[in-house]
Design a binder for this molecule. Structure first.
Ligand code: HEM
Length: 342
C-alpha cells in the first residue's frame, strides 16, 4: 500500500523526469532492488569492501578535528566526510574533485551542485499544480532546472567515461563500485535501466544518504555534550573494547552495546524523517519519552531494522531505506571514532 502511495503524483522541483527511485513505479523499483541485493558488491559481506574507504575518510575527518584543536564546524566536516564516503563508493571518486570542464570554479563541483539539489529536495513546485502561478516561480524552479541540467551532464560524462573503461577491461568485468553495478544491471535485458534512470539513482543516493547520516551523528554529539555522564560512559566503554590507539572498525560494533544504544536513542528522539510515519515519541510506548536515556535499550532486543514498530528510523517493509546497513554502519563508525579521539 505504502509503495503505491509513494508513487502518487508529487513532483519535486528538482526532477529527473520521474525516474527517481523515490517515485519509481513498484514493478521496476522492486526488480531493481532485487538486482542490487543480489549484486556481488552488495551481497553478504560488503563491508570488507567499503571499510578501507570509510577508514580513510574518517582518518581525514579526525585529522581536521586535530588540526583545529577540536574546534570545528562539526556539521560541515561530517557532511564533507559523508559526501566523500558515498561518492567513493558510488563512483570511486570524490564528488568535490569533479568539475565539468566548462565550469571550472569551485562552486560548480559535483559536490556543490548535489548540495544545492539536496536543499531543494522535496520542494513542491506550485506552478506544477496551478499553472497560472508558474510565472512567479515561487520555489525557484528555474534555478532548480539549471542545477538539475548541470548534474545530469556531469553524470553523463562520468557514465560515458566508465563505459569506455569497461570496454578496455574486457568481458571479465568485476563490479568495483555502485556505478559498475548499475551499468551491469542496465546491460541486462529484463531491467533496461536508461541512462536517465542511472543518473537519477546516483543522485538519489546522495539526496537520501547525506543528510540522514550527518544529522544522526550531529544529534548524537549534541545529546552527548549536554549529558556528560553518558559521554563519559561511552568513552570508557570504547576504551575498554578498542583502546585508544586504533580506529574503531565495523567488526567492533557488535561488542559495543552502549554505543549501539546511543545511536538507537538518538534515532528514537530525533528521527530524520519524522513525517514519513507517525514518529512522535509516545508516552504509551516509552517511559520518560523525551529523556535521552540510552540505557533503555540495554536490556531490550529492539532493533531499528523495521521489525519493531515502536522504532522505525529507516521506515519498514518494501520501501524501507535501502541504505540501512551501510548508513547504520557509517553513523556508528563516525560517532565512535570521534569519541575515542577526545
Ligand atoms: C542514518 C542513516 C539513514 C537513515 C536514518 C535513513 C532513513 C531513511 C528513511 C526513513 C527512508 C524512507 C523510508 C520510507 O519511505 O518509509 C529512506 C529512504 C531511502 N534511503 Fe535512507 N536513511 C539513511 C541512510 C541512507 C544511505 C547512506 C543511503 C544510500 C547511500 C540511503 C538511501 C535511501 C534511498 C535511495 C531511499 C529511497 C527508498 C525509496 O524510495 O523507497 N539512505 N531512508
Amino acid at each position: 500500500m505504502r509503495s503505491h502511495i509513494s508513487c502518487s503524483p508529487t513532483i519535486p522541483v528538482v526532477s529527473f523526469e520521474r525516474e527517481e527511485l523515490l517515485s519509481a513505479p513498484p514493478g521496476l523499483y522492486f526488480k531493481f532492488h532485487h538486482r542490487l541485493r543480489t549484486a556481488e558488491l552488495f551481497s553478504a559481506k560488503p563491508f570488507h569492501f567499503f571499510q578501507p574507504i570509510i577508514n580513510d575518510e574518517i582518518r581525514s575527518l579526525l585529522q581536521v578535528v586535530a588540526d583545529n584543536a577540536g574546534c570545528v564546524h562539526i556539521r560541515k566536516e561530517l557532511y564533507d566526510a559523508t559526501f566523500c564516503i558515498i561518492s567513493r563508493i558510488a563512483i570511486s571518486r570524490r564528488a568535490k574533485d569533479l568539475r565539468s570542464p566548462s565550469q571550472n570554479d569551485h562552486s560548480s563541483s559535483l559536490q556543490n551542485l548535489l548540495i544545492d539539489s539536496i536543499d531543494l529536495l522535496g520542494v513542491q513546485n506550485i506552478g506544477d499544480y496551478k499553472p497560472c502561478l508558474a510565472w512567479m516561480d515561487l520555489q525557484g524552479a528555474k534555478r532548480a532546472k539549471a542545477i538539475s541540467t548541470k548534474i545530469k551532464s556531469m553524470w553523463q560524462q562520468i557514465i560515458d567515461d566508465r563505459r569506455r573503461t569497461r570496454l578496455t577491461r574486457g568481458s571479465e568485468i568485476k563490479d568495483s563500485d555502485f556505478l559498475d553495478v548499475l551499468l551491469t544491471a542496465s546491460a541486462q535485458d529484463d531491467l533496461q535501466l536508461s541512462d536517465l534512470a542511472i543518473k537519477a539513482v546516483l543522485t538519489n543516493m546522495f539526496d537520501a544518504g547525506i543528510d540522514s547520516s550527518t544529522l544522526t551523528v550531529e544529534w548524537a554529539i549534541a545529546e552527548l555534550l549536554v549529558h556528560p555522564r553518558i559521554l563519559q560512559k561511552a568513552q570508557q566503554k570504547l576504551e575498554e573494547v578498542v583502546g585508544a590507539i586504533r580506529l574503531v572498525q565495523e567488526s567492533d560494533i557488535v561488542r559495543l552495546p552502549y554505543l549501539r544504544a546511543i545511536i538507537k536513542e538518538t534515532m528514537r528522539l530525533h528521527p530524520i524523517a519524522p513525517l514519513f510515519m507517525p514518529h512522535t515519541v509516545d508516552s504509551k510506548v516509552w517511559k520518560d519519552p523525551l529523556r535521552f536515556y540510552p540505557e533503555r535499550f540495554l536490556d531490550s532486543n529492539m532493533e531499528v531494522r523495521g521489525q519493531d514498530f515502536e522504532l522505525l528510523p529507516f521506515g519498514s517493509a518494501r520501501r524501507a531505506c535501502p541504505g540501512l546497513a551501510f548508513g547504520l554502519n557509517n553513523v556508528h563508525l563516525m560517532l565512535s571514532n570521534l569519541l575515542i579521539c577526545h
